[in-house]
Design a protein around this ligand. Structure first.
Ligand code: ASP
Length: 319
């Protein structure tokens, strides 16, 4: 069978990181060009015809909605059977989720990266890159491709864009799922998030949403400040989406949409009574099983369509 044509879109991250020769830490992300990462893994040519496009070369903590939109646009524009995206691990879950909510394609899109820089003694990037290309090539021939086909390949494992999350700050396999045990089946949870689709083709940036993290004695002025610089807020609350009375009082006056999520990695959020006391017509929404950073991605996209409380709630129920 003819080899598939795969475009590798390089964005930076540790996989393109450079440090002291042989060292696993103390490096700078996003230094090596994607073309050089591919050239270092000649076996890739056994599985696919690959071309490389450099979208940016950043630490993924410097990812922006402008870059997301550019990445999405290039996937729309380029002729290919599948796409592999090299990306830093820190925000890979957010980029994967954004793409799964904004791409209408059955072409596989697979993100990968590494925990060790390219200059480490035993870098993990080459094996991850090869595995991602092999997986993308295999998915591209499947007869029955899902409409929404965004995945993270890491350490010989594949994760869907809806549930993938960086779960370890230091292990060689940092990826896991945000709510272990929830397969999505029968739960109304759509693994790759295609219960919602957002047409962002005409946009150059997304609405600003900030996540505010609650802990004992957290200053309610954090909420007020976040509201003053945002079009929507996500709260990473305690337990099933809880916070102090001081935060409840501050929140009652906040007149932009607020999504309640939890700082805990298991279980689902319910809307507590304090959150329901919103100014008239202002949305208060549960993030359900979405972790805070993904609730922020969904709220940014949802706000491109509506601020209506019932509509926002429906979008989060479909997530
Ligand atoms: N800070 C790096 C990044 O996200 C971490 C990594 O890639 O593993 O770009």
């Amino acid at each position: 069978m003819a080899k598939k044509n795969i475009v590798i879109l390089a964005t930076g991250g540790t996989i393109a990181g450079v440090g002291e020769a042989g060292a696993n830490t103390g490096y700078v992300s996003g230094q090596i060009a994607g073309a050089d990462l591919v050239a270092a893994v000649p076996e890739i040519a056994d599985y696919a015809n690959v071309t490389v496009e450099q979208i940016c070369n950043v630490n993924s903590d410097d990812m922006t909605s402008e870059i997301w939109l550019q990445l999405r646009r290039r996937i729309d524009e380029l002729e290919a059977d599948a796409f592999v995206i090299t990306h830093g691990t820190d925000t890979m879950d957010e980029t994967a989720y954004f793409l799964s909510l904004t791409l209408h394609t059955d072409k596989p899109v697979i993100l990968t990266g590494s925990m060790r820089p390219a200059t480490a003694k035993e870098p993990d990037g080459p094996a991850n890159l090869l595995g991602a290309v092999r997986t993308a090539a295999a998915f591209a021939v499947a007869d029955d491709k899902p409409e929404n086909n965004v995945w993270v390949y890491f350490g010989d494992e594949l994760f869907d864009a809806r549930r993938v999350q960086k779960c370890s700050a230091s292990e060689l396999q940092p990826m896991g799922v945000s709510f272990p045990g929830d397969t999505g089946e029968g739960s109304g949870l759509d693994c790759n998030g295609d219960g919602n689709f957002f047409d962002v083709a005409s946009l150059t940036e997304l609405p600003r949403v900030n996540v505010v993290y609650f802990a004992v004695d957290s200053d309610p002025r954090l909420l007020e400040y976040a509201a003053s610089v945002s079009e929507g807020i996500v709260i990473a609350g305690a337990g099933s989406g809880e916070f102090s009375l001081a935060w409840s009082r501050a929140l009652a006056n906040i007149d932009i949409p607020v999504v309640m999520s939890t700082r805990i990695n298991h279980g689902s959020v319910t809307l507590n009574a304090a959150l329901s006391q919103a100014p008239d017509g202002v949305a208060r929404v549960s993030a359900g099983t979405l972790p805070p950073q993904k609730a922020a991605v969904l709220l940014r996209l949802a706000l491109t369509q509506t601020k209506n409380p019932a509509k926002l709630r429906r979008i989060f129920e479909n997530a």
